[in-house]
Design a protein around this ligand. Structure first.
Ligand code: ADP
Length: 599
């Protein structure tokens, strides 16, 4: 046992470059070394890959990894190769000859890892081929795809249920970042695992600061203010349609940013090209639809912005999870308003299966509730995934600064409700705001709205403030939206009008302008910034030469560690967290050269 422990730590440092295990990693590694089935639920960036990669290095056979996306597999294979570990993949992207060659290498015992797409396992010839190999264990990555209650259900993942039957003696290890209790039960049942070790990490991603604002008027102003906090950093902006991806990207490029669009409407080769340019840091912003999904392993993404409400908390959590996989601080922003959830619900009417339609409807309600709630966002996410967490206190908008300050907007609410009532509940948001602000627009005057007692009584607030208050009334179900986006009063509106109830809003929510906020940086490390930039440039040069993503060589965090420690020779370099023998052999000297030149 002692020998095993020493070996584990040696492999951890020499091959993977890490000085210590992260939470739950060692327990997972031990289970695999003991041949036990495993389900590990660990947030994105938690370090799941290491849990199956490390034991493989201590075992004699080959580990088979099932992964839902070619991009994911390519990334993992490239990353293993950078550590001089033999790995390859079989997917629909390869020719017959290429596949034959890979299979031959597997037969010859030359591969430690073989990545397979799930549809391959539906195929009897693949099963026969696998039977000839000395398999350590199976890995099912992104295991939530097997569950219908997850958000990324994939039909071809169903075939994985046959693994146990075909390979009764081989352990199955499943991994996912997002799993509610319902999804967890589904995974265990579908994979038919036996007495598995269930390891569930804390859902809290402390290095992510969660920001959230109601989207008002010129939405790009809010985005620009956010981006000004993240100059030259890598980030993703999620939008709801292909056209928006193009529009936002053009807008940003015209305003001095460097961005590219990514969506399913682009030809595959352009998508791939844009992806590569982003991954190699030649453009720092990707404006994407959800098509830019699971395959994104770029570890130094410093921000993720959503321009509208995602369709579920699972989607949102996965998408924001792409930020800060390297453990460094990052910020995510959600811009949304009530119209987003109404729009999502409209699309549901096309779904024939009533249960499924209802299920998706609930998911939209849950994310809308999350966005409009004034409870700590991290806590809400943890509870959604059946975890528990105290309020983060300083890692989300709901917790920072004036967390306790609320103000009354009862008077303004009454003005809005009266205006809606006096215009016979026949108009939408803009019209009501125009009435309150005494607009001289033709449609207002033509209807005689300027003769109403409510006309012009709301001059003390700007259009945007009124918009936020209206949104708050929708959230609290004091208002409802009818056909043609017409505002309707609900029963609660009567209580407000009769002064029986107050309407409150968190003061920070009423502030529309994005104030310069000081986000507390948790893992602040003192390092030489000029040196860091030089090391990054060296990394980009090597990455371009080798045709691999820059972060596969060294993560930003590792480069920062080097810029802090300033090692002078190999021994000192190997002490840096993130650098192991294998990586040093390939890249160490090139980086040492930069260090000596600048010292
Ligand atoms: P996940 O698959 O859970 O999202 P990854 O396996 O991609 O996470 O790991 C995320 C990052 O964390 C990678 O950059 C990886 O090198 C790093 N990492 C993994 N384990 C450790 C560790 N024990 N110490 C330091 N960094 C680690």
């Amino acid at each position: 046992m002692k020998k095993n422990t020493t070996m584990k730590h040696k492999v951890l440092k020499d091959i993977f470059g890490h000085n210590s295990f992260r939470e739950l990693q060692e327990e997972g590694v031990d289970a695999i070394l003991n041949g036990q089935d495993l389900l590990m639920i660990l947030p994105t960036g938690g370090g799941k890959s290491l849990v199956y990669q490390l034991p493989t290095m201590l075992m004699s056979g080959i580990s088979i990894v099932v992964s839902p996306l070619i991009a994911l597999m390519q990334d993992q294979v490239a990353s293993l190769k950078a550590q001089q570990i033999s790995a390859d993949m079989i997917s629909s992207a390869q020719s017959r000859d290429e596949v034959d060659e890979i299979i031959q290498r597997a037969y010859d015992g030359e591969l430690k890892f073989l990545y397979l797409s799930p549809e391959r396992l539906n195929n009897q010839s693949t099963i026969n081929m696998l039977r000839e190999l000395n398999i350590n264990f199976f890995v099912v990555d992104e295991a939530h795809c097997i569950s219908q209650w997850g958000h990324e259900f994939r039909d071809d993942y169903r075939a994985l249920g046959n693994l146990r039957e075909n390979f009764p003696k081989t352990a199955i290890c499943a991994f996912t970042a997002t799993s509610t209790n319902l999804v967890t039960e589904d995974i265990l049942r579908e994979l038919r695992v036996e007495n598995p070790l269930l390891l569930r990490g804390k859902i809290f991603r402390k290095n992510i600061f969660i920001s959230l604002q109601r989207r008002v008027g010129g939405q790009y102003d809010q985005l620009k203010a956010f981006l000004s906090r993240h100059k030259n950093e890598s980030g993703i902006i999620y939008v709801s349609s292909r056209k928006k991806a193009e529009d936002v990207s053009i807008y940003l490029n015209m305003n001095g940013y460097k961005s590219l669009p990514y969506h399913a409407g682009l030809p595959a080769h352009i998508r791939e090209q844009n992806f590569k340019i982003f991954v190699n840091d030649r453009v720092n912003i990707m404006v994407a639809t959800i098509a830019f999904g699971m395959g994104i392993d770029k570890s130094d993404i410093r921000f993720v912005a959503h321009m509208s409400l995602p369709k579920s908390i699972e989607n949102y959590y996965q998408e924001i999870g792409r930020a800060g996989r390297d453990g460094e601080d990052c910020e995510v922003l959600l811009l949304f308003n009530a119209a987003d959830s109404i729009q999502h619900k409209r699309f549901l009417s096309d779904i024939i299966n009533a249960d499924y339609r209802e299920h998706l409807g609930q998911k939209i309600d849950q994310i809308y509730k999350y966005a409009t709630s004034e409870i700590c966002f991290h806590k809400q996410l943890a509870e959604y995934f059946d975890n528990s967490l105290d309020e983060c206190s300083d890692r989300c908008d709901n917790c920072i600064d004036d967390s306790a300050k609320r103000q009354s907007i009862t008077k303004e609410a009454q003005m809005i409700l009266s205006a809606i009532y006096k215009t016979n509940q026949n108009f939408g948001k803009n019209y009501i705001i125009d009435v309150l602000r005494g607009s001289k627009e033709q449609k207002i005057l033509a209807n005689g709205a300027d003769e109403l007692s409510v006309y012009g009584i709301g001059m003390h607030l700007g259009k945007k403030e009124w918009f936020v208050i209206l949104e708050r009334l929708l959230e609290l179900r004091i208002l409802d939206v009818g056909e043609f986006s017409v505002l309707k009063l609900t029963n609660s509106a009567i209580d407000i009008l009769k002064n029986k109830k107050e309407v409150l809003i968190k003061s920070s929510r009423l502030q529309i302008e994005v104030k310069e906020k000081k986000i507390k940086r948790d893992s602040e490390l003192e390092y030489d910034e000029a040196l860091f930039e030089n090391l990054r440039a060296k990394r980009a040069e090597i990455a371009t030469k080798l045709g691999v993503p820059a972060y596969i060589i060294f993560s930003d965090k590792t480069l920062k560690n080097i810029s802090a420690d300033k090692p002078k020779d190999k021994t000192a370099m190997l002490m840096v967290n993130g650098i192991g023998e294998k990586k040093f052999e390939q890249f160490g000297e090139a980086f040492l050269e930069v260090l000596t030149k600048l010292s």
